[in-house]
Design a protein around this ligand. Structure first.
Ligand code: S3P
Length: 178
């Protein structure tokens, strides 16, 4: 296995910038960019919100696991992972067995500003989405902190964030054992 093309997985809460950062980093590395939500939507032929409504969250988590296990190339990819992908037991270990895991991070107030008014996220289809976001953030924060190096995506230019991610990737890939 060629460590120069080891996959990079960006994890972290909704709205931390995984896709925006991932797209730029992939371009700079000359890797393919994949977004786990989009890949699942493509295979299932429906949006994530419909999967949640019709099949439930547990079914979606299974699809996320399938995507990680069999649904993407083993090398040469930057993958922006849906915010809950690393939550089920074993998923973080699975990602780590496949590549470098870096966590995007932003304060909850920034996240609320960024995504409160978006409409495609099924977990926010509730009466008080800001409250829901705060609860989920509090629940998941300890887990994200264990995932790997955290890169702050708040109050600094995208170019700088991408450079930081690349630096971490290069340091960690040197130690990555296949
Ligand atoms: C989810 C995050 C979403 C998407 C789904 C569930 C979560 O992805 O996978 O709505 O559980 O945090 P983003 O992090 O890209 O918004």
């Amino acid at each position: 296995m060629n460590s120069d093309t080891t996959n990079l997985y960006l994890v972290g809460f909704m709205g931390t910038g995984k896709s925006t950062v991932g797209r730029l980093v992939a371009k700079q590395m000359n890797f393919n960019f994949l977004d786990s939500d989009q890949e699942i939507e493509h295979v299932q032929g429906k949006p994530v919100s419909a999967i949640f409504v019709e099949q439930g969250e547990a079914a979606f988590r299974k699809l996320e696991r399938e995507f990680v296990e069999h649904g993407h190339p083993e090398q040469g990819c930057v993958v922006a992972c849906g915010g809950g992908l690393v939550v089920p037991p074993g998923m973080l270990e699975l990602l780590r067995s496949r590549g470098i895991v870096i966590c995007m991070h932003a304060p909850i107030e920034t996240i609320i500003d960024r995504i409160l008014h978006t409409t495609h996220r099924p977990l926010l289809q509730v009466e008080d989405p800001a409250k829901r976001l705060r609860e989920l953030y509090a629940q998941r924060e300890p887990l994200y902190r264990r995932t790997g190096t955290m890169v702050l995506t708040d109050s600094r230019p995208l170019k700088e964030i991408a450079a930081h991610v690349l630096r971490v990737y290069r340091q960690e890939v040197a130690q990555f054992k296949k």
